[in-house]
Each structure stands twice: as structure tokens, then as C-alpha cells.
Design a protein around this ligand. Structure first.
Ligand SMILES: NC(=O)c1ccc[n+]([C@@H]2O[C@H](COP(=O)([O-])OP(=O)(O)OC[C@H]3O[C@@H](n4cnc5c(N)ncnc54)[C@H](O)[C@@H]3O)[C@@H](O)[C@H]2O)c1
Length: 408
């Protein structure tokens, strides 16, 4: 059988992970890397050297690259978020399968355009929500589907990390809502904790229905850093099947915790975390499933290659399965209306290597308690928190950034 041929767009930033993975797969003999596009090679010399050492051809324009290499089976798109839609559409219309970084799109209208092209062209489009591919999470979905927890009522996700100023200074679009006139909506749930929110929403679609959409979304957005977007968020999404998804995230946590999801049903509860660990507590007792370290990105490539070679094999993270994520993301901005600045008196700023980091001690200390109560921050209440209203999502088809956010 012919080995899959692949190309990469974007070799810096998170593209480095794709360069390394492609190099690994090429060494394993399961992939031939043919070409890559990167307009700024001077800044990414190490990746450039790795790829050219494999004989991979360099381009500065992805359309030129794809035109010159009709032999490519799939192209990985690891570029800034706003470029995903045009690149995915071009690649699929030119006949290529795609592995695109998350989030696939910012707005539901963009995602729906991408889904329409994907259906028309019959190409595969895997979204690199790599946390969908670990055995512990796959087991969680299976257990939920088989009714191990009875009727699921609530899904609660908690993400607590810290990000220094250097993180926001690393690239022009970091922390922005709009960049070069295009929506970016960079923030907790659209970027670092996108995997967590996406997995929460997949866990809420337990009845074998992958596309479980939100009925309503209520959310609060805040920042402690001087950015347009959020570094503190909470979301309550009520899904069409009545399940409540409660999501809490912060990038100004004093320590660092593995993001985790708890699922509560009428017959028990399940706890999953990024360490590929799943614990079930039901009337039968406690069951712990620890699968150990796993190479999630390898899983995503292997799954796409398998689906290309064996038509009909399901993808871990097809484009369509991201509709719920993008709807909840859009609904979050519709409900929050404003990204509130948390006053300086509530935060502390300290050195972090050559950079600095801002921390929010009261939320660091109390986030687990807020999540256990399934409250929004203004309901808890924190003195810096501002209430929002639920936003109805039925029939929602078009996102436009609330006017107050455009002025930030
Ligand atoms: N899956 C994950 O866990 C994970 C983690 C981090 C980031 N990401 C995602 O990866 C994507 C890229 O994020 P980043 O922080 O690496 O971005 P970035 O701004 O660092 O850009 C990545 C690379 O794309 C290149 N690039 C930009 N425009 C290009 C173009 N038109 N053609 C070719 N190359 C181009 C840049 O020069 C750079 O090398 C985002 O979607 C982000 O959300 C995913």
C-alpha cells in the first residue's frame, strides 16, 4: 500500500509539534512528508532544518505548494486561528484531506461554511482536538453511552494554569479579540482550554448523539492581564438534552493543575483528567482506569491516516463534531457582552523568569468550591464579578462581536 503523503502549513509556534510528529512518522515509515509552507523561516530555523534534512520542499505560499504537489494526501494547517477557514476550504476544494489546528473556526457561520465544503468535496477534516483521542476519554464516552452513570445531569470542567506576560507577547494575535480586522477571540476556552470545553461538550452528548447543541449559554468573562480577551471565564451551557455543562477556567492560577472533567449522573459520577486517567464511582464501587502517558498528537495522525486508507473509519475529531464547541464559544460572548477588567487590588504580580505573571489568589483558592456549587463567579459571589444573562441559542446561525467588546 502507498504511504500517505503529507504537507505542513506553519512550522513555528505549535507548528513545531507537527514538525516533530511528521519527522517521527517519516522515520517510522508511516508518512512521507513532501512540502511545507512558512513565510518566516528566519524565525524558525530549527524546524526548517529538520524538514529540509528530510528532503521536504519549502514554499512561502500554501496555494503554490498545493498546486505543485497534487500527490499530497493531507495537509496539516498549524497557522493562526483566523487563517484556518480560508486555508481549509482551499485545501479541500483542491482535493486534499486536512488536519487543522483547533479551534477550526471562530464563528458558527465560518464553521458552517467549512462543513458545507467538507460535505461537498467529501474530503476528511480532522480538527486537532487531540484530547479526544486518549483511551481514558474514549472509555468515558463509552461508559456514558452505555448508561454506566444512569441519566447524566451535569458536566463540570475545571482548567487552572498560569500564563506570563511573555505568553501574550509571543505572537501578534495573542490575547486579542480582533486582529487585522478579523475575529480571533483568543482567550481561555478558545485557546489553551479549548480541549477542556470541547471534551465537556462531547461528554454532554451522551446518548450517542455527537452533535448535542446548546439551548442557552450564560457566561462571564474577565481579564487580569492587559489584553482584549479573557484570562478568567465561567460558562453555564444548558444543552438540548437538558444536561448542564459548567466550565471554569483561569490563566492566573497560583499553581498548576491537570485540567479535569467531572460527570454527574443519577447512578454515579466519573472523573477524567489530562493525565489519561478515569475514575468511576457508582453503586458498584470505585473503578480506576489509568492508561499512562500517551502521545495524543500521534493518535490524531494515525487516526486520520487510517481513515484515509480505510474509507468509512471514523475520525476522533471531525469538523462537524466542533459545532457545539463553536456555538458555546459564540454564545459565551453573546451572554457576557463585556470582558471585565478585574481591579488591580485583587491580583498580585510577580516575576516569572524574564517575564512577569499576574495571579488571582481568591479565585485560585476557591475555584473548586465554585465548581462544586456549579455557580457563576457573580453568583458565588466574588467582589470583582459582574452578572450576565442567559443567551438563547436555538436556531443561532451568525455571530457578531457585541459592540462593547469592539471598543476595548
Ligand atoms: N492542539 C494544541 O494543543 C495547541 C496548542 C497551542 C496552539 N494550538 C493552535 O495552533 C495554532 C497556531 O498557534 P500558534 O500559537 O503556533 O500561532 P503562531 O502565530 O505562532 O503561528 C504558527 C506558525 O504559522 C506561521 N504562519 C502564519 N501565517 C501563515 C501563512 N499565511 N502561511 C504559512 N504559515 C503561516 C507562522 O509564521 C508560525 O510559524 C492555533 O490554532 C492554536 O490555537 C494548538
Amino acid at each position: 500500500m502507498k504511504i500517505c503523503h503529507a504537507a505542513l502549513i506553519g512550522i513555528g509556534g505549535f507548528g513545531v509539534e507537527h514538525v516533530n510528529m511528521m519527522q517521527k512518522l517519516a522515520e517510522e515509515g508511516s508518512l512521507q512528508v513532501v512540502a511545507f509552507t512558512e513565510p518566516n523561516v528566519d524565525a524558525h530555523q530549527e524546524s526548517y532544518n529538520k524538514l529540509t534534512a528530510l528532503g521536504v520542499v519549502h514554499y512561502t505560499n500554501h496555494v503554490e505548494m498545493l498546486t505543485h504537489h497534487p500527490d499530497i494526501d493531507f495537509v496539516t494547517i498549524a497557522t493562526p486561528i483566523a487563517t484556518h477557514k480560508p486555508m481549509c476550504i482551499q485545501a479541500m476544494q483542491m482535493g486534499f484531506h486536512v488536519l487543522v489546528e483547533k479551534p477550526p473556526a471562530i464563528t458558527i457561520q465560518d464553521l458552517d461554511e467549512m462543513i458545507a465544503v467538507q460535505r461537498e468535496t467529501g474530503r476528511l477534516c480532522q480538527v486537532n482536538f487531540q484530547n479526544t483521542s486518549g483511551q481514558a476519554f474514549r472509555s468515558l464516552l463509552e461508559k456514558l453511552g452505555s448508561g454506566a452513570l444512569g441519566q447524566v445531569e451535569h458536566v463540570v470542567g475545571i482548567g487552572r494554569w498560569k500564563r506570563s506576560r511573555a505568553y501574550y507577547d509571543r505572537t501578534r494575535w495573542a490575547g486579542k479579540l480582533v486582529n487585522d480586522g478579523q475575529y480571533v477571540l483568543d482567550g481561555t476556552f478558545n485557546n489553551p482550554f479549548a480541549h477542556l470545553l470541547h471534551n465537556c461538550l462531547l461528554a454532554a452528548g451522551v446518548e450517542g448523539t455527537p452533535n448535542m447543541y446548546p439551548q442557552s449559554v450564560q457566561a462571564e468573562l474577565y481579564h487580569v492581564n492587559d489584553i482584549e480577551g479573557d484570562d478568567v471565564s465561567c460558562i453555564r451551557a444548558i444543552m438540548d438534552n437538558g444536561i448542564g455543562v459548567h466550565f471554569y477556567a483561569m490563566l492566573c492560577y497560583e499553581g498548576s493543575e491537570e485540567p479535569s472533567i467531572a460527570v454527574y449522573g443519577t447512578e454515579g459520577e466519573a472523573h477524567w483528567n489530562y493525565e489519561n486517567k478515569l475514575t468511576l464511582r457508582t453503586r458498584k464501587g470505585e473503578e480506576e482506569l489509568a492508561f499512562g502517558p500517551v502521545d495524543l498528537i500521534h493518535n490524531m495522525y494515525a487516526n486520520l491516516i487510517d481513515a484515509i486508507e480505510n474509507p468509512g473509519k471514523p475520525l476522533f475529531s471531525p469538523l462537524e463534531a466542533c459545532r457545539s464547541f463553536v456555538l458555546v464559544s459564540n454564545g459565551t460572548y453573546e451572554s457576557a457582552r463585556v470582558v471585565h477588567a478585574i481591579p488591580g487590588k485583587f491580583m498580585i504580580e510577580q516575576p516569572a523568569g524574564k517575564s512577569t505573571v499576574r495571579l488571582l489568589p481568591d479565585l485560585s483558592e476557591k475555584m473548586e468550591d465554585v465548581a462544586a456549587r456549579r455557580q457563576l463567579y457573580s453568583e458565588y459571589p466574588f467582589p470583582w464579578a459582574e452578572p450576565s444573562h442567559p443567551f438563547p441559542m436555538k436556531g443561532y446561525q451568525r455571530f457578531k462581536l457585541p459592540a462593547d467588546m469592539m471598543q476595548t
